[in-house]
Design a protein around this ligand. Structure first.
Ligand code: PAF
Length: 280
């Protein structure tokens, strides 16, 4: 596995792979890898001949009071895991390689970037689409895989790729969960022992709420009860909403594409999750 740290070295590596006629896949990450990321790698390997992973904690997607400086950085372990997973190259650029003109947002995420997480993290998705555009352009991959845990991110990346006419196929990968239901996330390692015990309630509430809506209970009532139960258990709920998976529009009633979205803080850790009603 090649470990590449600069844009010129990346270009040389990519050109060699392209010259050899390989279809290229990418899994963009911010490191602190877990089994969820490795499942994205496995999916990318099915869709491409050679797969790269980027590790870059992108400054432009963090707000001033967010966890940019304390975001877990575990490069040595990440490299070992990727080597074992059979990745062809890992790109670990410094800020100047991604943002030669300074770390600023240069793309807008557009419609639906201000709802759900965007309403609580202003400008976050502008930073995400800016960096993803740069990473896709630098790596020139044919396919890139993103996890459905960040469903709104995946939605907005697809829109950006369409708008910018990038020649890359975007694939979504199902959420990987711990055995107690908690969605895998690099931020789970922030949880204290007692918070970790409480955390799976987020998914269990989501699942129970989805089942009630599915059987015909009133959406507004179900969501109010879910919020109250989570608040009682110690969560600070940012949102719990029913939306359409295809448009992200808010739904007052279930439809065939209905999906429940949730974000809540447990102590200082912000957790997100989502569940399609037809999967509940
Ligand atoms: O999901 C992430 O890890 C990040 O938002 C991404 C897509 C790598 C962009 O920095």
């Amino acid at each position: 596995m090649d470990i590449i740290r600069s844009a010129p070295a990346l270009a040389t590596h990519i050109n060699a792979l392209k010259d050899a006629g390989k279809a290229l896949g990418l899994v963009p990450t911010m490191g602190a890898l877990h089994a969820g990321h490795l499942s994205l790698v496995a999916q990318a390997k099915k869709a491409a001949d050679a797969v790269g992973v980027t590790i870059f904690v992108n400054p432009t997607q963090f707000g001033p009071n967010e966890d940019f400086s304390r975001y877990p950085r575990t490069e040595k372990e990440d490299i070992a895991a990727l080597e074992k997973a059979g990745v062809d190259f890992v790109y670990i650029p410094d800020v100047a390689s991604v943002y030669p003109e300074g770390a600023h947002v240069t793309l807008k995420a557009g419609e639906m970037a201000d709802v759900l997480c965007g309403a609580h993290r202003p400008g976050h998705f502008d930073g995400v689409v800016t960096v993803v555009h740069r990473l896709l352009t630098q790596t020139k991959v044919d396919v890139a895989v993103f996890g459905e845990k960040d469903f709104q991110q995946l939605f907005l990346i697809r829109k950006m790729v369409e708008r910018e006419k990038l020649p890359v196929k975007i694939l979504g990968a199902p959420i990987r969960r711990e055995s107690d239901g908690l969605a895998m996330s690099s931020r789970n390692r922030y949880l204290s022992i007692s918070e970790r015990k409480t955390a799976p309630l987020l998914f269990h509430t989501l699942k129970a709420s989805a089942a009630k809506i599915k059987k015909g209970d009133k959406v507004e009532v179900v969501l109010k009860e879910a919020r109250a139960a989570l608040t009682k258990a110690g969560f600070l709920v940012d949102y719990i909403e029913l939306r359409d998976s295809d448009t992200l529009h808010l739904l007052a009633k279930k439809n065939a594409a209905a999906r429940l979205f949730i974000a809540a803080k447990l102590g200082s850790t912000r957790l997100i999750d989502n569940l399609a009603l037809n999967a509940a």
